[in-house]
Design a binder for this molecule. Structure first.
Ligand code: G4P
Length: 189
């Protein structure tokens, strides 16, 4: 997505060799009208998949999922992180290891919000090592639902997530794929 690449080049900040800050428009301050273009782009790419639900994980995925869901006219379900203290219902859970944070956390979705007949589109802001997406796919599998696609705003192509998710057979669509960002220089695939 050309507009996204331009925005990353203009406003993204590279931290070290592998972290990209896009706080100015995507995951701290949010440019809603720009997010709207992202939602439209995801709709174009997945509109034939008969999506019935969009699934993401808190926190940064929620805004992107919601704006995308307006085009599909389907509900958003977001996986919650941490212990299930405030959820009384039966839940699907999966464990996610975060390389960025060097910690394992649990994600959970109440069973009542994912049905066996659902055709689920996963949406998230970043794809790094892919563990969050694989955890969401595990939850979809537990529900007996059908994962019909994975929409990512920024894939860091030099980390293993893209390969892992594609190997799983998922229809992965990343709107921008960064090949490298050594010495502050961003190169797209
Ligand atoms: P993985 O799911 O692909 O394996 O990624 P990883 O655990 O390594 O990433 C942990 C968190 O860091 C995720 O956010 C992910 O979106 C975010 N992240 C990874 N790489 C980058 C990056 O280069 N820039 C930015 N800005 N974020 C990155 P999270 O734990 O889900 O937190 P939240 O921010 O959504 O609450």
């Amino acid at each position: 997505m050309q507009l996204l690449k331009e925005r990353i080049l203009a406003e993204g900040q590279v931290i070290g060799n592998d972290i990209l800050k896009v706080d100015r428009f995507l995951n701290h301050q949010i440019d809603v009208s720009f997010l709207n273009s992202i939602g439209q782009e995801f709709f174009q790419r997945f509109k034939d998949e008969r999506v019935t639900k969009i699934l993401t994980v808190e926190a940064s995925g929620i805004a992107i999922a919601c704006i995308t869901a307006q085009y599909f006219k389907v509900p958003v379900v977001f996986a919650k992180k941490g212990q299930a203290s405030n959820i009384e219902q039966q839940v699907y859970t999966s464990e996610v290891y975060s390389f960025t944070r060097n910690a394992t956390y649990k994600i959970m979705v109440a069973q009542s919000y994912l049905d066996a007949g659902d055709r689920v589109l996963i949406i998230d802001d970043f794809l790094a090592n892919g563990r969050a997406v694989l955890g969401l796919m595990d939850i979809i599998r537990q529900a007996g639902a059908n994962p019909v696609g994975v929409g990512i705003v920024i894939e860091k192509g030099f980390q293993e997530g893209g390969a892992l998710v594609r190997k799983s057979g998922a229809n992965l669509q990343s709107l921008a794929i960064i090949e490298t960002m050594k010495k502050g220089q961003i190169v797209f695939r």
